[in-house]
Design a protein around this ligand. Structure first.
Ligand code: NI
Length: 263
């Protein structure tokens, strides 16, 4: 069995900065993957965070139909044992190798689940299209599947070098402002340059901020569970904010629940 990667080679660090992504065969032990699957399944089947808008359907309207791309934001607030994982420790160490000592101590995290047979595609996008348009923040995302991620089950695809772009225009999935998920405009243009990155359970793909990425639908009869950790450098204020009309125009059930919960 491959032993988990705990630090990166000079070549890997250079490749990350040049291409914007890396693929690792293992980032944690298989015992931990097994433990994480139980936590993961519990969080989704209990609909943890639904009422506060932290669980929602990334690809749908949340109107009672079955979620085809459920997502949980900040899962460790509901399962504190997630703050003590080997995955987190290893990712944190490698993120510091990539970003340097200025890296912010607090990391982001989310889980995206593609149910067997019905899991929807995660369209081509940059994560920064979702973020605060007044700042620019560099960083790295670790994406660890808890099941072998293949092209058929929905592994990630990247456009090499696209992390050097700024935020491109995006729109809501299906141009439906009730849907939280975003897609870059002209996705076909990027799809033709995409590289699929299959990775085994407990392995990981790493991608730099601004990287264009995509994951296909889950056409298999197996789950495709993935757990993302995000590390950031302190943000710079932009002189001119990005005009993110795609977010301003959204009206999602998720945002409504979050507002209700904060009232
Ligand atoms: Ni993304």
């Amino acid at each position: 069995m491959t032993s988990p990667t705990t630090s990166l080679t000079k070549e890997q660090i250079a490749a990350f900065h040049r291409e914007g992504y890396l693929v690792l065969d293992a980032i944690t032990a298989q015992e931990e993957v097994e433990r994480l699957r139980l936590i993961y399944d519990r969080l989704f089947s209990d609909k943890i965070g639904w009422a506060s808008g932290n669980q929602f359907d990334l690809a749908g309207t949340d109107e009672g139909d079955q979620a085809t791309l459920p997502q949980i934001l900040g899962p460790s607030q509901y399962a504190p044992e997630l703050k003590e994982t080997r995955y987190l420790r290893n990712a944190q160490g490698m993120a510091r190798e990539l970003l340097g000592e200025e890296m912010l101590p607090r990391n982001g995290e989310h889980m995206i689940y593609k149910p067997p047979g019905i899991g929807a595609a995660t369209p081509w996008h940059q994560d920064q299209a979702y973020h605060d348009p007044t700042i620019r923040a560099y960083g790295v995302n670790f994406w660890m599947p808890l099941d072998d991620a293949t092209v058929e089950s929905g592994c990630l695809h990247f456009v090499p070098g696209s992390h050097k772009l700024d935020v491109l225009p995006h729109h809501s999935i299906n141009h439906d402002p009730r849907i939280h998920g975003l897609e870059v405009d002209d996705p076909e243009k990027w799809a033709s340059k995409g590289i699929a990155c299959p990775v085994p359970a407990g392995g990981a793909t790493l991608h730099a901020a601004f990287m264009l990425h995509y994951a296909g639908p889950n056409r298999t009869d197996q789950s495709r569970r993935a757990y993302t950790l995000a590390f950031r450098l302190p943000p710079d204020q932009r002189e001119t904010p990005i005009d993110n009309y795609w977010s301003r125009n959204q009206q999602t059930a998720r945002a409504e629940r979050a507002q209700q919960a904060n009232r």
